[in-house]
Design a protein around this ligand. Structure first.
Ligand code: ADP
Ligand code: MG
Length: 397
């Protein structure tokens, strides 16, 4: 049957069961590192509970490594923010996954789109959150584990197909991280596929272990270059694109295939070019990274204004590769989670404040979620007539 399934024709794309959804915004604070402790850096971020976080302006603080608990203690300037979730430095990978991403997966398995993206400055913990380490798997690995488990649970009556691609956007060029050293890929848009990357390699995913091995290798192919801000600054945006298709078993020659697109994104560092001693090629990179992140910022700001003022301002998704690819995740057909990563240290106060401001704006953005159903008919008739004529020949022998 699966051979025949390759011969399917898409008759039309249907969208069922619409509904509005807010972007969920979570903040994760990473621990102070040993190197930072050695440099006598101290935390200026305090997680109040699982919704509130407070940040002190270190120029007004006691500066002795003690987090002042009230304004009276030396006129400390502090600001509190609220989010859907705030995760402190002790929160485990699995907990972050359970609270942010787990809830999206039922939808993905049922033909809805979902997006999770990590935002924040270099060194804030984006890659740790998304990819994780070989021993502490992040959102990528936990998602695959959950998807495989649920697919297994439903395998009696549903037939699943899960594919993945892993790409980076670097200098406004798209590269395949699973097929390194290839030429940049182009973005295309059409009615059935929507926006997609032409010529991208798609791998049929079989097990979490195998997937993670590929992703760790792919991550090493990312364009990273030493800058003064951090010696392993990620200069590129990495996008893991997962497609989950399924149809009911016994659905015969006419079937509905439900297609859930799941995008998992590890953005490039959000720090401004001025914070690093970038010159030449690095500066060009900075400008292009900022072009994608700037475009993302513009889109988020305008979407936020639209939802606040119930206006319908034009959203410039076309301004960068990243925003073109994220169009559905932000303004359209996707349930979306943003994880804002921050460092707790006094040395990066400005970046932390910027990240939290940015994340606050994203909270109000609404997306319009629909289910993707392809109506297909299988070319069984063609094969059936060949089989019939062969049978006839056999009978006549
Ligand atoms: P980014 O991708 O944002 O540049 P990384 O994810 O590479 O930052 O994190 C920087 C360093 O901090 C890495 O060594 C990483 O392992 C460590 N780290 C980040 N977040 C955590 C965390 N929640 N718990 C423990 N270590 C973390
Ligand atoms: Mg990184």
């Amino acid at each position: 049957f699966s051979e025949l399934a390759e011969e399917e024709t898409v008759n039309h794309v249907k969208n069922l069961q619409s509904g509005e959804a807010n972007i969920m915004v979570a903040v994760r604070v990473r621990p102070v590192s040993k190197a930072e402790l050695k440099k006598e850096l101290y935390p200026i971020v305090k997680v109040m509970d699982d919704k509130f976080i407070t940040v002190q302006d270190p120029s007004t603080g006691p500066g002795d490594g003690e987090f002042a608990t009230n304004q009276a203690s030396g006129g400390v300037k502090e600001k509190q923010y609220a989010f859907d979730y705030v995760f402190d430095e002790n929160t485990e990978q699995k907990t972050v996954f359970d609270k942010t991403t787990q809830i999206l997966l039922d939808g993905v398995l049922d033909g809805y789109n979902a997006t999770v993206f990590a935002y924040g400055a270099t060194g804030a913990g984006k890659t740790y959150t998304m990819l994780g380490t070989p021993t502490e798997k992040g959102i990528f690995g936990n998602s695959f584990e959950e998807l495989f488990t649920q697919m297994e649970d439903h395998s009696k009556d549903k037939e699943f197909k899960i594919k993945m691609s892993f790409i980076e956007i670097y200098n406004e060029m798209i590269f395949d991280l699973l097929l390194p050293n290839e030429k940049p890929l182009e973005l295309r848009e059409d009615a059935t596929k929507g926006i997609h990357v032409a010529g991208i390699s798609e791998i049929r995913a079989e097990s979490t272990g195998e997937v993670l091995e590929l992703l760790h290798l792919g991550n090493q192919n990312r364009s990273t270059e030493a800058t003064d801000a951090n010696n392993e600054s990620s200069r590129s945006h990495a996008l893991l694109l997962v497609t989950v298709e399924h149809k009911e078993r016994n659905s015969g020659t006419e079937a509905e295939i439900k297609v859930g697109k799941f995008s998992l994104i590890d953005l490039a560092g959000s720090e401004r070019a001025s914070n690093t001693n970038n010159t030449g090629i690095r500066l060009v990179e900075g400008a292009n990274i900022n072009r994608s992140l700037l475009a993302l910022g513009n889109c988020i700001t305008l979407l936020y204004q639209n939802s606040e003022k119930k206006s319908k301002k034009y959203i410039p998704f076309r301004d960068s590769k990243l925003t073109r690819l994220l169009k559905d995740s932000l303004g359209g057909n996707s349930r979306t989670v943003m994880i804002a990563n921050i460092s707790p240290c006094n040395s990066v106060y400005e970046e932390t404040s910027n990240t939290l401001k940015y994340a606050s704006r994203a909270k109000n953005i609404k997306t319009d979620v629909r289910r993707n159903v392809l109506s297909v008919s299988f070319h069984v008739s063609k094969y059936q007539s060949i089989i019939n004529s062969l049978k006839k020949q056999v009978n006549e022998l």
